[in-house]
Ligand binder design. Structure first.
Ligand SMILES: *[C@@H]1O[C@H](CO)[C@@H](O)[C@H](O)[C@H]1NC(C)=O
Ligand SMILES: *[C@@H]1O[C@H](CO)[C@@H](O)[C@H](O)[C@H]1NC(C)=O
Ligand SMILES: *[C@@H]1O[C@H](CO)[C@@H](O)[C@H](O)[C@H]1NC(C)=O
Ligand SMILES: *[C@@H]1O[C@H](CO)[C@@H](O)[C@H](O)[C@H]1NC(C)=O
Length: 444
């Protein structure tokens, strides 16, 4: 199944993918044992659809307001947040051959990694979410400091609460990680983006079992940010979770600068519940993912400390104040970021995710989540691997390029950013139709 020969030929394959999609309109969902047994799953789904239409009409206006504030998340592509050093980034020294092979790390020094691994064993990690109170007040230490008073309000807010590392859970699904799971898909989302979650459940995020390998999907959310909408949005989300049972929610505000909290909370959650998970795909809710390609890639990648994605090397923090992605020197003084993968979508192995959790607790939070993860990898001396089948910094620059709509292109990729629900559903149908791709696409 996984010989190298089969690998390339399947890239030019015709016919539907293993998870072929004749039933796009029927989302898969998990039936939770505590559900009311009288109501069949199908009925609930209908109820949900009806209910959500009504609810969302009511809250549509304010949603829009909130969405526009939250959409900053979507625009928060580090490509624009950094200046990539072109001389360095073009080189991808770790990807040597074949589409999805040889993802070796170049670090030979494993001492930090070993230390963390030791810490991991010494410190019995909690088996449940052990944070029950979110009583966290602003850090008084900054008052009177000149450099601090000169900062923009959003950075002030970030710094004042940077020490508040963990918050209680509102929605939890420990059962999602029970047993052996080959691939856990986790998707960062926000409450108003229910249509994106819906599209993902109907397409690439469908839970399935391929050759005995279980694939499970979860969404990661914080709490709604604006007061009036809070209650309605929360009710809607709880209803959605009641239907699908796939939402992890924590009690921190889902804001631009709080994305790193989503990272750290997930790593902690994973360390508590997911001992049987082999690999993790983590991504945004506006990407296209080819799960068959992910599985094929992982089938040939038995590597320790796997971390692969759309990696930037020697990216520079933006220092121009007028830039939206500006980072003051007081917050980050070095000239370059450590190598990091775009948060749009990357793959890592389960044991590494647990080590990243331990590493994350040794450093200060940083407002850019994917850079923060790069910092954690640096602590572990693990180098993320760049792979060209991950396009998380946007499609080819030429917007009218044919590639942007070519299903054969999508079929050959692992992750493509950025695709909103209608486009996602459209491409999904094409990719899973009797698509004939004449040209062999070998991504390397
Ligand atoms: C929350 O923290 C404040 C200040 O540290 C303290 O006075 C208060 O009693 C705490 N409340 C709870 C419920 O723990
Ligand atoms: C404030 O400073 C004191 C003394 O250096 C330190 O012990 C404390 O942890 C700091 N508080 C926060 C929230 O970082
Ligand atoms: C992050 O969330 C916490 C808890 O809701 C909040 O107190 C804090 O202000 C938020 N930080 C930012 C930068 O939005
Ligand atoms: C973009 O791509 C289209 C189609 O491939 C081509 O006709 C056009 O010239 C390209 N534009 C630029 C600016 O490269």
């Amino acid at each position: 199944m996984r010989e190298q020969g089969a690998l390339t030929s399947s890239w030019a394959n015709t016919g539907p993918a293993p998870c072929g999609d004749a039933r796009v309109g029927q989302p898969s969902f998990v039936v939770r044992s505590d559900f009311i047994k009288r109501v069949t799953a199908r009925d609930r789904q209908r109820m949900y659809r009806k209910g959500s239409v009504v609810f969302f009409l009511v809250v549509a206006t304010l949603s829009t307001v909130q969405r526009s504030s939250l959409s900053a998340k979507g625009q928060f592509r580090p490509k624009r947040g950094v200046q990539e050093d072109p001389t360095v980034s073009k080189r991808a020294p770790f990807v040597k051959k074949g589409p999805f092979q040889d993802t070796r790390s170049f670090w030979n020094d494993r001492s930090a990694s070993t230390k963390i691994a030791g810490a991991l064993e010494a410190r019995a990690l909690p088996q449940t979410w052990d944070v029950t109170s979110s009583n966290c007040s602003a850090n008084p230490n900054f008052t009177g400091m000149a450099w601090f008073s000169g900062l923009e309000p959003n950075f002030k807010q970030f710094l004042l609460y940077r020490h508040c590392r963990y918050f209680p859970m509102i929605l939890n699904h420990p059962e999602k990680c029970s047993g052996e799971i080959y691939l856990l898909i986790v998707v960062k989302s926000t409450i108003p983006q229910h249509d994106r979650r819906d599209a993902i459940r109907r397409t690439w995020g469908r839970e399935q079992e391929v050759d005995g390998k279980r694939v499970r999907t979860l969404f990661l959310l914080g709490s709604p940010s604006n007061g009036q909408e809070k209650v309605n949005h929360q009710k809607l989300l709880e209803y959605e979770d009641y239907i699908y049972g796939d939402v992890l929610q924590w009690d921190f505000t889902d804001s631009f600068f709080n994305l790193t909290l989503k990272e750290t909370h997930f790593l902690k959650w994973f360390s508590a519940y997911c001992g049987g998970v082999r690999y993790v795909f983590k991504g945004d809710d506006d990407v296209f993912v080819s799960v068959p390609n992910v599985l094929e890639f992982l089938g040939g990648a038995d590597i320790k400390d796997l971390f692969v994605g759309d990696v930037l090397f020697k990216a520079k923090p933006i220092r121009k104040k007028e830039n939206k992605y500006y980072i003051p020197r007081a917050l980050y003084g070095k000239t370059h970021y450590p190598p990091y993968a775009g948060g749009g979508g990357f793959l890592m192995d389960g044991p590494l995710a647990r080590k990243l959790h331990v590493a994350s607790e040794t450093i200060d939070l940083y407002p850019i989540d994917d850079v923060f993860l790069g910092m954690c990898l640096e602590v572990l001396h693990v180098s993320p691997v760049k792979h060209n089948a991950f396009k998380t910094f946007g499609l080819v620059k030429n917007k009218t390029s044919k590639m942007n709509r070519d299903p054969c292109f999508f079929k050959s990729m692992i992750v493509v950013h950025k695709l909103l629900p209608p486009d996602l559903l459209h491409i999904w149908r094409l990719v899973n139709s009797d698509l004939i791709c004449s040209q062999k696409t070998v991504i390397q």
